[in-house]
Every structure is written in structure tokens, then in C-alpha cells.
Write a protein that binds this ligand. Structure first.
Ligand code: C2E
Ligand code: MG
Ligand code: MG
Ligand code: MG
Length: 278
């Protein structure tokens, strides 16, 4: 049981443990109809600028609420969506929904919020990705510079040449690129130099132990120093305590996201959070 390992070890909890208790085929078939049945829901988790205390952006996080069932988290259904190829239409729905929301906030007079959207490995490898992104931006009227696409390190390592081409195209369009869960995957630091990356997101498994755990503190410090020396900005994810925030501020980490500020919330709750002081 994940809990018995201590609160910083939740990353060892495998989504399979969850999925096994559900009927995989039923789930797979239901997921095929999730978009048309309006069962997919986007939540948004604010990211705060540690220098000003202001909300600077949000990360779009997907949920699935099948009719008559409890909400299912992405750790359970994203792997199924990847295996079945359903990630392609689902990923397109996510990007369009998030971009449309970004524009709706702007039109409602909210301060500009950057919209971070996760891309899964299979989505990143699909041939029409850049065209899909361009179309979503065009159709929603969202500015490329207001969108940040999050990819994981493993995506960069597989077929590095195609990955580089895709990243160059996206970056050329003006979209920002972030490495999610930085430090947890297999990758080579050489890619940071070679690819047009803008942001490193320090994984929450390293944030969990700071400032007390010497290893986590060393890793967070090293990642921030590495990022800054390469002109990248740093987002810390999973920030839950004032002590963690203070330590991140001492590292001159630019942005923080986590339960200390807010859990992921429906779009309608963002305006209210903008009004609260941090
Ligand atoms: P991620 O991109 O690393 O997202 C951060 C996860 O950490 C989210 O889980 C968020 O709810 C959680 N989190 C944020 N702050 C805290 C905190 O202070 N403490 C703790 N314990 N957790 C925190 P969530 O929403 O369950 O998403 C899990 C993963 O599913 C995401 O990890 C991302 O890889 C994937 N995912 C979510 N939405 C999408 C999507 O639209 N498309 C794709 N391809 N993947 C998605
Ligand atoms: Mg993410
Ligand atoms: Mg992450
Ligand atoms: Mg993570």
C-alpha cells in the first residue's frame, strides 16, 4: 500500500492497481463514447508567480465522469486511451477545450493566463500533431504564446530526430514547451541544449521532501540552477506547504503549483481564485 511507504512515496502507487478493480473492456468501450456523451471534464490548477504572488497561468487536467459512475482520474484512463489510439481525438478535444477556455477568460477581462496542456507520448509521436495544434489555435483564436505544451523526458528520447523536428515546428509557431516531471524519466541532459525547451517542471516527488530531506533539497537546488543557467524557467509542482514555497523562493524558482494554492478546479472557479491574495 502506497501510504505505508510514507507521504513522499505516492509515486510508486501504480495506476494498474486501480484499473484492475474495474472491468477493463467495459471501461475501454465506454471511453470510445466519452467525448460525444460529454463525459470528459477539464479542471484547471493555478500556477503562481513566486516573484509577484500573482496567478500566472493554469495547467489543464483532464477528468472522466462516465454516466452513473464516479469520476475517473487520468492515471487510469490515459494509458487506456494511449493503447487504443483514443488519445488522438481525446487529446484534440483537450487542446481545443483548453484554448477556448483561455480565450473565454481573456474576453471576460481576466488577466492573461498561460494555459499549460499535457501531451502524452503517443500524441506527441502522431504525424499530424503540429497541424492539429495550429488548427486548434486558429479555430479558437488562442495566441500561440499563451499555450505551453508539457511533455515528459521519455518522449524526447524515443526517436530523437523526429522529436526534435516536432519541437522545432511547435516552438516556431510560438508555443512554449515544458518538460513535465523533470528528473523522473530516462533522458540525457544533452537534449536540453539541443531542443527548444522553455520550462522545466520539477516533479512533485522531489518537492515533497524539501527543505528537510537533504536529497530532495539537493535535487531541487540542482534542477533550478541547471534551468537558470540555460535560460529556462522553473515550475515546481506539488507544492503543499509554506516551507516548501519558501525554499523554492530561495532557489529563485519562478512558478509554483500545488495544493498550498489550489487543487485543480472547474473553469468557473478560477475568477474567484484570482481575487484572493497569495
Ligand atoms: P502531471 O501533468 O504531472 O500533473 C500534475 C498532477 O499532480 C495532477 O494529477 C495534479 O492534480 C497533481 N497535483 C497537483 N498539485 C498537487 C499537490 O500539491 N499534491 C499532490 N499530491 N498532487 C498534486 P492528475 O490531475 O491526477 O493528473 C495526473 C497525470 O495525468 C498528469 O500528471 C498528466 O501526466 C496526466 N494528464 C492529466 N490530464 C491530461 C491530459 O489532458 N492529457 C494527457 N495526455 N495527460 C493528462
Ligand atoms: Mg503536467
Ligand atoms: Mg507533472
Ligand atoms: Mg508529476
Amino acid at each position: 500500500q502506497a501510504k505505508a511507504l510514507g507521504r513522499c512515496n505516492y509515486q510508486y502507487y501504480s495506476p494498474e492497481m486501480n484499473a484492475r478493480t474495474l472491468d477493463r473492456l467495459t471501461l475501454e468501450n465506454a471511453l470510445r463514447h466519452a467525448i460525444e456523451r460529454h463525459e470528459l471534464v477539464m479542471l484547471y490548477q493555478p500556477q503562481y508567480d513566486l516573484r509577484t504572488g500573482a496567478m500566472a497561468g493554469v495547467e489543464a487536467l483532464l477528468r472522466w465522469r462516465p454516466h452513473g459512475r464516479d469520476m475517473i482520474g487520468p492515471d487510469v484512463f490515459i494509458p487506456i486511451a494511449e493503447e487504443t489510439g483514443l488519445i488522438v481525438p481525446i487529446g484534440e478535444w483537450v487542446l481545443r477545450t483548453a484554448c477556448a477556455q483561455q480565450v473565454a477568460w481573456r474576453q471576460a477581462g481576466l488577466p492573461a493566463l498561460r494555459m499549460a496542456v499535457n501531451l502524452s507520448a503517443r500524441q506527441f509521436r502522431m504525424s499530424g500533431l503540429t497541424a492539429m495544434v495550429a488548427q486548434a489555435l486558429h479555430d479558437t483564436g488562442c495566441e500561440a504564446g499563451d499555450v505551453e505544451l508539457e511533455i515528459t523526458e521519455s518522449v524526447l528520447m524515443e526517436r530523437a530526430d523526429t522529436a526534435e523536428e516536432t519541437l522545432q515546428h511547435l516552438s516556431g509557431m510560438g508555443v512554449r514547451l515544458a518538460i513535465d516531471d523533470f528528473g523522473t524519466g530516462y533522458s540525457s541532459l544533452a537534449y536540453l541544449k539541443r531542443f527548444p525547451i522553455d520550462v522545466l517542471k520539477i516533479d512533485r516527488s522531489f518537492i515533497c521532501g524539501i527543505p528537510g530531506d537533504a536529497n530532495d533539497a539537493a535535487i531541487a537546488t540542482a534542477v533550478a540552477a541547471l534551468a537558470h543557467s540555460m535560460q529556462l524557467s522553473v515550475v515546481a509542482e506539488g507544492v503543499e506547504t509554506d516551507e516548501q514555497r519558501n525554499f523554492l523562493m530561495s532557489l529563485r524558482c519562478e512558478y509554483a503549483q500545488g495544493y498550498l494554492y489550489s487543487k485543480p478546479v472547474p473553469a468557473g472557479a478560477i475568477a474567484a481564485l484570482l481575487g484572493t491574495m497569495q
